[in-house]
Ligand binder design. Structure first.
Ligand code: SAM
Length: 226
């Protein structure tokens, strides 16, 4: 299955909203850290249900918000959740973004970057569309240090990029970004059952679940275009 087929199937089954609920716990923390000024143009790379564009318009002061996703069914669902004519959801590919050079002030991406065919080309494309002084806030739950994520690629039968934190920083720099910040954002909301309920369907031991959510959470790397 291709990434597009996989996420078209998710969207058709309504699983985009469940994905949003799971990601929101740490995504909202990332969104609140973005240095938006009133009227800024923002982009959500791999937008899924499109929650980030709506949040950045409603609470973040964005003048225009775009979500790009390679799955037409995701884009259709995202578009159906808002009437805001200053939000646009577009079908597109990370490596060929439908934006002019220097036209985006800030870009957000949650749990999407590592699906890129070429993460390096994606970073170069972002460096093209984000203006000087603009930022890329990139959150991932699938990364080397998070050992609990390692099976996800084979589970979905997709080729995913599993970098460690240092590799993220290096790739951002090689694409022309300065790395302003790197951080682990813990998920404090996902419910972790009491000890006596383990093993559960997905977890052998409670400590593993605590490590996955409360310790590793989401790896955030922030790049700034010089
Ligand atoms: C795991 S979902 C995350 C969606 C959303 N950001 C969230 O937090 O719920 C990843 C999304 O990235 C999109 N995607 C993956 N690779 C892509 C690519 N190369 N170009 C465009 N979209 C892509 C998928 O279609 C999918 O909707």
């Amino acid at each position: 299955m291709s990434v597009r087929e996989e996420f078209d199937a998710w969207a058709a089954a309504g699983r985009d909203r469940g994905m949003e609920r799971r990601h929101w716990h740490t995504a909202k923390e990332i969104l609140s850290r973005m240095p938006l000024e009133n009227g800024d143009t923002v982009l959500d790379l791999g937008c899924g249900s499109g929650y980030a564009a709506r949040a950045l318009r409603e609470a973040g002061g964005a003048g225009r918000a775009y979500g790009v996703d390679g799955s037409p069914a995701m884009v259709e669902n995202a578009s159906s959740y808002t009437n805001d004519d200053r939000i646009g959801y577009l079908v597109g590919d990370f490596e060929h973004l439908p934006f002019a050079a220097d036209s985006v002030d800030h870009c957000f991406s949650m749990e999407a970057f590592y699906y890129a065919r070429s993460p390096e080309a994606t970073l170069q494309e972002l460096d093209r569309v984000i203006r000087s002084g603009g930022t890329f806030y990139c959150g991932v739950n699938y990364y080397e240090e998070n050992v609990h994520s390692h099976s996800w690629g084979s589970d979905m039968e997709l080729e995913l990029t599993r970098w460690d934190a240092e590799r993220y920083r290096r790739a951002f720099r090689e694409a022309g970004f300065h790395v302003a910040e790197q951080d682990n954002i813990p998920d404090r909301k996902t419910e972790i059952p009491p000890e006596e309920e383990f093993p559960t369907e997905n977890w052998e031991r409670r400590e593993e679940m605590v490590e996955r959510y409360r310790e590793y959470g989401t790896l955030l790397t922030v790049g700034v275009v010089p």
